[in-house]
Write a protein that binds this ligand. Structure first.
Ligand code: ADP
Ligand code: MG
Ligand code: ZN
Length: 613
């Protein structure tokens, strides 16, 4: 990489050198013309006074005009005169008997008048563009290397990150273990004909340790690590991004086995076709090049492309196709245990007073990411240092918590005990319905760790089975599950919250689709009332031009949607009442652990059955 930089710098130096040479050339040329100029009459006078030693005429044969250098007697002064007719002046000089030399005008005029200005303009333009590019990118080493990739290659010299430094994230690390192993000993896998994923996409909210995790994979495997940020690809010059991608992969191939890490890939890999200005913009070209490169290198070539994003929903689906980023690793916010581990990692090197209780700190920081926790301890250390102490106290952490927790954006992180309780019952409600209803679920995990994008928790079913159709029964069950959160809240607390708004929206949308799109309501029959076009255009679902039906039908649709929702609501209520014991047990477990697995959840049902027998 360094070689490239110096090549770039060499270009600049060369340019400056050229400018200097030309400037010197030009100036000396100017100096030559700095003899005193005289007129023809002045010259005649000099001749009459017998002061002229000799002259030199520089003629332009074609015209024939020229200039004349006049050397004076007894001094080394010179004069210069312009000659409008060389033949005439020759005759005059012969007549007066003055020695003269006749020379043709040197061809430098052509050089000076044509090449030099052009060259100067080009150079100035180049410098101008370079500065613009530099401003756009901010890196100053890339001056002369527009298309060169800006990936940074970290090798052993850089501080090596290992899995030990990544706290929590146990499942994530396990998933990546395989990648590490492959990079360490590719032969082992190739021998048995195994195909290793080419691309691994780390998905998760900012600050959860995606970048750290990617570095740790390289560190563990001891392979070179090329890192570049998605925004580096997005340049003001069309085609630059694409050529950067090409160079990046070229470099990587020379260094295989290695890891290419594209941080914040959403900057390039956004869904195509939604850009303003339509058609092929710069980003699209870059993305296409990325896809071409990823398809281009063979399986098991020893390059693994890792990428991180916090918005998987806006990525172009093409990027997730097999043979590209076929492995997705969700990097979530840490649970209580994870938070404690992260606190321990970052407490390293910070002497803790005996009253510091990291376990308790972990309990009160639900929703904090690794980066938040790191920040929390750092602020605490700063507070301690300000007070001249050489160790941290719990009070420092408490004060830091207020400082970090109240910081504008982070407000949502600090959730009260009561909110936590409500969320726990809400999620438990969803989970029970997932489990009990036959066509949905099973539950994969339940969590009350705030997601930071509005949801206070989530209940995740196992990835959907590949089914060609959605049946009426399954859709009804989906709606029932969606309503389960609210139902559970109602049953436990005498008040209800706004927390279920997304659930209600989802349920309504589904019920509406059943009626207007799938002909699942007898009252309205097999008619499509839904005139959504699936076309992609600017602002996607923005413009619903018109409905294709009248007020009366609209009323009927609304009534049917309401009927479906009401039925599902009653069903949800009945089931959750029936499993009241599980509801409480599940909520309590959630409050304690924040995140529970499928096994832990299903065990709750068994316990209940045992009690009943
Ligand atoms: P992301 O790339 O997901 O936005 P980073 O990997 O850049 O997050 O994390 C930012 C910082 O937060 C890291 O440098 C590290 O100090 C801290 N951090 C985040 N997650 C963890 C973790 N699981 N263990 C230890 N430190 C973490
Ligand atoms: Mg990052
Ligand atoms: Zn919900």
């Amino acid at each position: 990489m360094n070689a490239k930089k110096s090549k770039g710098m060499g270009g600049v130096t060369f340019c400056l050198f050229l400018i200097m040479i030309l400037a010197v050339f030009w100036l000396t040329n100017q100096a030559q013309t700095r003899q005193r100029e005289i007129t023809y009459t002045d010259f005649q006078k000099l001749v009459e006074d017998n002061r002229v030693e000799a002259v030199r005429i520089r003629q332009n044969k074609a015209v024939p005009t020229g200039s004349m250098d006049i050397f004076l007697k007894k001094t080394d002064e010179e004069r210069r005169m312009y000659v409008s007719d060389v033949n005439e002046i020759q005759a005059y000089l012969n007549e007066e008997g003055i020695i003269y030399e006749l020379k043709d005008v040197p061809q430098d005029s052509w050089l000076m008048t044509t090449i030099f200005p052009t060259l100067l303009t080009v150079i100035i333009l180049m410098i101008f563009f370079m500065m613009m590019n530099r401003q756009a990118g901010g890196a100053n080493a890339k001056a002369m290397s527009f298309g060169k990739n800006r990936a940074r290659l970290s090798t052993d010299a850089d501080k090596k990150v290992t899995f030990a430094q990544v706290a929590g994230l146990q499942e994530e690390k396990e998933e990546l273990e395989e990648v590490v192993d492959f990079l360490k000993a590719p032969k082992k896998y190739i021998q048995v004909g195994a195909r290793i994923p080419k691309g691994v996409l780390l998905v998760g909210p900012p600050g959860t340790g995606k970048t750290l995790l990617a570095k740790a994979v390289a560190g563990e495997a001891g392979v070179p690590f090329f890192t570049i940020s998605g925004s580096d690809f997005v340049e003001m010059f069309v085609g630059v991004g694409a050529s950067r991608v090409r160079d990046l992969f070229e470099d990587a191939k020379k260094n295989a086995p290695c890891i290419i890490f594209i941080d914040e890939i959403d900057a390039v890999a956004r869904r195509r076709g939604t850009g303003m200005g339509g058609g092929h913009d710069e980003r699209e070209q870059t993305l296409n090049q990325l896809l071409v490169e990823m398809d281009g290198f063979g399986v098991n070539e020893g390059i693994i492309v890792m990428a991180a994003t916090n918005r998987v929903d806006i990525l172009d689906p093409a990027i997730l196709r097999p043979g590209r980023f076929d492995r997705k690793v969700a990097v979530g916010r840490p649970d209580v245990k994870g938070r404690e581990e992260i606190l321990k990692v970052h407490a390293n090197g910070k002497p803790l007073g005996e009253d510091v209780d990291l376990t308790q700190t972990a309990q009160t920081t639900a929703g904090f990411t690794g980066a938040d926790l790191e920040n929390l301890l750092n602020e605490a250390a700063i507070i301690a240092a300000k007070e001249g102490r050489i160790f941290l106290q719990q009070e420092d952490i408490r004060r830091s918590f207020v400082k970090v927790g109240i910081g504008a954006e982070k407000k949502s992180h600090v959730i009260s005990e009561k909110e936590k309780r409500i969320t726990a019952f809400h999620e438990a409600g969803h989970a029970i319905l997932f489990h009990v209803l036959p066509d949905v679920g099973p539950v994969y995990s339940v969590s009350i760790i705030p997601t930071g994008i509005g949801a206070a928790g989530y209940t995740m079913p196992l990835p959907e089975r590949d089914e060609m159709f959605n049946t009426r029964g399954k859709m009804l069950q989906d709606i029932t599950v969606a309503l389960g959160g609210r139902v559970a809240e109602e049953q436990i607390f005498d008040d209800i919250t706004t927390g279920a708004s997304q659930d209600i929206k989802d349920a309504t949308a589904k019920a509406k689709a059943m009626v207007t799109k799938f002909g699942m309501s007898e009252k309205l029959g097999l008619i499509n009332y839904d005139n959504d076009s699936d076309e992609v255009f600017i602002g996607r679902d923005l413009a619903h031009a018109s409905r294709g039906y009248g007020e009366e039908v609209a009323g009927k649709i609304d009534a049917e949607v309401k009927r479906i929702i009401d039925e599902c609501y009653l069903k949800a209520k009945k089931i959750i009442k029936e499993y009241d014991g599980v509801l409480h047990a599940c909520a309590e477990l959630l409050l304690q652990k924040e995140k529970i697995t499928r096994e832990e959840f299903e065990a709750l049902f068994e316990e209940k059955q045992v009690l009943e027998l």
